[in-house]
Design a protein around this ligand. Structure first.
Ligand code: ASP
Length: 589
């Protein structure tokens, strides 16, 4: 090692290097003994180079090669030569050349790896996460991390060019208002008191606007102690930004440019701009969900007017209770068996629908258990509105608007996937705008902020904040990609009086508001500029760019669904002395 100094990366050797004397260092990817000759495929982060050891010319090196095993760390010195005719491998960038080794050194031995270091693997994810350093040697994973780095550079470059200033905000802070559960950190110096890890830098970025920073950004880690759904991480990374003296379209415009810069960094064509826009109301009407997958049709329709007044109880009762009847056409599914239909019914019930009515459009008319209660005219009108044709299956849910839309919306996505209606190569970027400001929580019997309590209402809706909170729309927006929320934000409330009105609507009294967000409320009284911003998931965008199935594949050291790090075994019990210092007693029963 002392004598050998690396000259090149294995994976970057090309026919141009023929004749060069090179020193390579890396891992033994594969060893093949061909009678006398030994071939070692040597791997580093850039790729693989074939090296060949000839016992006739360099017996010493050949002997060392005989001791090399998979994943040994080795150094070689040799000369680059063309591969003998007929042995070239055009699929490998280094496939036209090889290195004839003159000198070799084993820098470190290795146990046989737990799994083979290959581009693709079917090794269980728990094993990959436990031995993450081996998993990250796999070229596909290494590529993901390097693209992530490129993308981060593109974000820094783009936002810097647009006048944004990167400012770090505290990790040890107090509860932030994103509505999830906090991760808490006990304070030794202040016994009995806790920091919260930030769910987002929301309050700090607003304070930076009050401070006159004008444009802030950060690629920042956020922490939310949620029950882990499939593609969530306890700690995740957001691109977070905030701007002063702007309106909604300024924020959307900057963000679209940023998304384009990210796509360019990944060598992919940027999505066409401006991105399409849907109001929240339209998204719910047509797709049933506020993060609609617009890559395929099968849109929902409101059928309440058609079935009103019929004898079908399944429709009459929900309508009488202020509900709606919505439906969609599962094209070509008319031949579904009873068991398949029951599966759809159960799926809809999983999203709180009380039932799912179905109608088969056949050559002999429309068949359904409800047919006799509706009569031929209503059936015909239903089918007409849903553009029913022979062989179709019409699916209807009668319920409160939210449940009817959501259950059908979910069913639409499930069927869209199963029926392969979704073009997996398509990219549908949509802004969903004009969200409701508030959402009624029947369990708690009160209104909650749909986004967070600093989101500004639309000016024209402000008068209803006290009288009819449910109809107030917000200056909030989400960026939705292929049916997934990528991020969102809002124009903020910058006036103290509006903020007080908002807290009143949320049932937060002055004392509670002061206790939770007093510093922000006070800041609003010291000259807060109009401002707004947004945050979007960096892990998610990278997963989208590399086509990863899970965000775990673009995070170096992710956690499991149970928020555990299988490699470091965090979380873990701690020394009782540490607990004592923190004045913490455990009560695990
Ligand atoms: N703080 C919000 C979030 O993390 C984003 C924003 O409103 O800017 O979702």
């Amino acid at each position: 090692m002392e004598r050998l100094k690396r000259t090149d990366y294995c994976g970057l050797l090309r026919p141009d290097h023929v004749g060069h004397s090179v020193v390579l260092m890396g891992w033994v990817h594969r060893r093949r003994d061909h009678g006398g000759l030994i071939f070692i495929d040597l791997r580093d982060r850039e790729g693989i180079a074939q090296t060949v050891f000839n016992p006739e010319f360099h017996p010493e090196a050949h002997k060392i090669a005989g001791h090399m095993r998979a994943e040994f760390v080795v150094a070689i010195r040799g000369r680059v030569q063309p591969r003998p005719q007929g042995t070239e491998n055009a699929r490998l960038p280094t496939g036209m050349i090889e290195v004839a080794v003159e000198e070799a050194l084993i820098l470190n031995e290795a146990k046989p790896p737990i799994f083979a270091i290959e581009e693709q693997t079917d090794v269980a994810e728990e094993i990959r996460l436990t031995y993450r350093y081996l998993d990250l040697r796999r070229p596909s994973m290494a590529r993901n991390l390097r693209l992530r780095h490129r993308a981060a550079q593109a974000v820094h470059g783009y936002l810097d060019r647009h006048g944004f200033v990167e400012v770090e905000t505290p990790m040890l802070t107090r509860s932030t208002p994103e509505g999830a559960r906090d991760y808490l950190v006990p304070s030794r110096l202040n016994p009995g008191e806790f920091y919260a890890l930030p769910q987002s830098p929301q309050l700090f970025k607003q304070l930076l606007m009050v401070a006159g920073m004008d444009r802030y950004y950060q690629i920042v880690r956020c922490f939310r102690d949620e029950d882990q759904r499939a593609d969530r991480q306890a700690e995740f990374t957001q691109i977070d930004l905030e701007m002063s003296f702007v309106d909604r379209d300024d924020v959307l415009d900057v963000t679209e440019g940023l998304v384009a810069a990210l796509f360019e960094a990944a060598g992919r064509p940027a999505p066409p701009r401006p991105f399409s826009r849907l109001t929240y109301a339209e998204a719910i009407d047509r797709f049933g969900l506020d993060a609609p997958d617009t890559r395929f049709g099968m849109e929902l329709a409101d059928l309440t007017d058609i079935v009103r007044g019929t004898e079908a109880k399944a429709f009459a009762e929900p309508i009488a209770q202020g509900g709606v009847v919505k439906g969609m056409n599962a094209k070509g599914c008319g031949a579904f068996s009873r068991a398949q239909i029951d599966g759809l019914v159960d799926y809809a019930k999983g999203f709180k629908a009380k039932g799912l009515a179905w109608f088969k459009v056949t050559a002999d008319g429309i068949q359904s258990p409800l047919a006799k209660f509706l009569g031929p005219i209503v059936l015909e009108r239903l089918s007409e509105r849903l553009k029913g044709e022979e062989g179709d299956l019409l699916l209807l849910v009668a319920d409160q608007a939210k449940t009817a839309s959501e259950s059908l919306g979910r069913l639409r996505v499930k069927l869209g996937r199963e029926l392969k209606l979704i073009d997996e190569n398509a990219l549908a970027m949509t802004w969903v705008i004009d969200f409701p400001l508030l959402d009624y929580d029947p369990e708690q019997g009160r209104w909650q902020a749909m986004h967070h309590p600093f989101t500004a209402p639309l000016d024209e809706d402000l008068p209803f904040l006290d009288t009819d909170p449910g109809r107030v729309r917000a200056k909030a927006y989400d960026l939705v990609v292929n049916g997934q929320e990528l991020g969102g934000g809002s124009i903020r409330i910058h006036r103290r009086d509006v903020q007080s009105q908002m807290f009143a609507a949320l049932g937060i009294d002055a004392d509670e508001a002061k206790a939770k967000f007093g510093f922000l409320l006070e800041a609003l009284e010291y000259g807060a500029p109009p401002h707004g911003g947004l945050a979007f998931g960096f892990d998610r965008v990278i997963a989208l760019l590399v086509g990863a199935g899970s965000i775990r594949d673009v995070i170096a050291f992710p956690k499991t669904q149970k928020a555990q790090d299988l490699m470091t075994q965090a979380p873990s019990p701690v020394d009782p002395r540490q607990l004592k210092e923190l004045r913490i007693k455990l009560d695990l029963d």
